[in-house]
Design a protein around this ligand. Structure first.
Ligand code: SF4
Ligand code: SF4
Length: 340
């Protein structure tokens, strides 16, 4: 389809996948990404292989970046932001590039692939941003990329005890985020497995409500790790710092009906996936109201012909699910363009 132009907003794994699939079918694709680098959150994730691949999907992102950058039908603008968009026969798009140069583009279809934002746990009682040794799962992903043995952020010692706290900002009525973020159980258990392999003397405790086993490979890793970490079904409470620099976690154990205090050297908060908003107010430009869940899905986009959404912008997904979804959306776009 050499005479068709598609704009993709977002250079994470879904945006890149959709761009590649459309480019292979000879569409011209312009992809705009607001950050300096491509890959989105998943581009920061670590490989979680131990003696074998953990099937986390992180390496797919690198592969997609290389393919998109080298494809002649794809033009990528980093640090770009949408300025205006309107629709008559086609979408008339204006955006600013990295150097504040204004660019115009006429697109036959637009895919919103703006990904997600991570829940900010600063207002939760776990001491994030108050205590250096309380980090998020995304912080840990970056740490594991650079450290063989995991070290405590405050003083660089090897932690003897690490606690993972699950469902931070997900399935949480106090912040009106009732959904499960789908990826954090899998990602935390894979990272726990990696730490267990690298830090031989570190004990890992996993505080959870339920373990969600999304993805066909998950159960294998869950069975593998569950005997090597302390799985604690509990309701975590406040975190305090003791005078000698440890973290005291209070938690309620429903099975025993009692409140417990326990010391840890590091705490990892598995933060939820929350909607990123609506791409520089783009939905409002088309007169679309805010989606009820905050995630603009297909149903929500339907009133505007030629407007599509892909990947985690529509709701929580693993990397492989986001790739599969983006491939399917690329086909929907092609079918739409064929009818034009
Ligand atoms: S899927 Fe994950 S664990 Fe396997 S090689 Fe790729 S990055 Fe490593
Ligand atoms: S995937 Fe696990 S940690 Fe994440 S929200 Fe769902 S149950 Fe909670």
């Amino acid at each position: 389809m050499p005479d068709k132009n598609v704009l993709i907003i977002g250079g994470g794994v879904a945006g890149l996948t959709a761009a590649i699939e459309l480019a292979k079918l000879d569409c011209h694709v312009v992809l705009i990404e607001k950050e300096k680098s491509l890959g989105g959150h998943a581009g920061q994730f670590t490989c979680k292989a131990t003696d074998e691949c953990a099937k986390c999907g992180a390496c797919i992102v690198e592969e997609k970046i290389d393919m998109a950058l080298s494809h002649a039908n794809i033009t990528i603008y980093n640090q770009a932001r949408l300025a205006a968009i309107s629709r008559k026969d086609r979408f008339a798009v204006t955006f600013f590039t990295e150097k504040d140069a204004e660019q115009s583009y006429d697109a036959d279809a637009v895919i919103v692939a703006t990904g997600f934002q991570a829940f900010d746990p600063v207002d939760k009682p776990f001491g994030y941003k108050r205590f250096e040794d309380v980090i998020t799962n995304l912080d840990l992903e970056k740490k594991l990329r650079h450290e063989i043995e995991v070290k405590r952020p405050s003083d660089g010692i090897t932690p003897e005890k690490i606690a993972f706290i699950q469902c931070v900002g997900s399935r949480d009525s106090s912040v009106n985020h009732l959904w499960c973020s789908r990826v954090c159980c899998g990602s935390a258990l894979r990272m726990a497995n990696l730490i267990n392999t690298r830090n031989k003397n570190t004990e890992i405790s996993f505080f959870y409500i339920d373990v969600q086993t999304f993805g066909k490979d998950f159960q294998f890793y869950y069975d593998r790790i569950r005997d090597r970490i302390r799985m604690i079904r509990a309701i975590p409470g406040d975190v305090f710092r003791t005078p000698d620099g440890q973290l005291k976690l209070e938690y309620y154990l429903p099975s025993e009906g009692k409140q417990i205090e326990e010391l840890f050297d590091m705490i990892v908060l598995s933060v939820g996936i929350i909607p990123v908003g609506t791409a520089d107010g783009m939905m409002e430009k088309f007169g679309l109201e805010q989606p009820k869940t905050g995630f603009p899905d297909e149903e929500f986009m339907r009133p505007v012909a030629g407007l599509f959404a892909a990947g985690t912008s529509k709701g929580p997904k693993t990397i492989t699910e986001a790739v599969a979804d983006a491939g399917r959306v690329a086909l929907d776009v092609v079918h739409y363009l064929q009818k034009q």
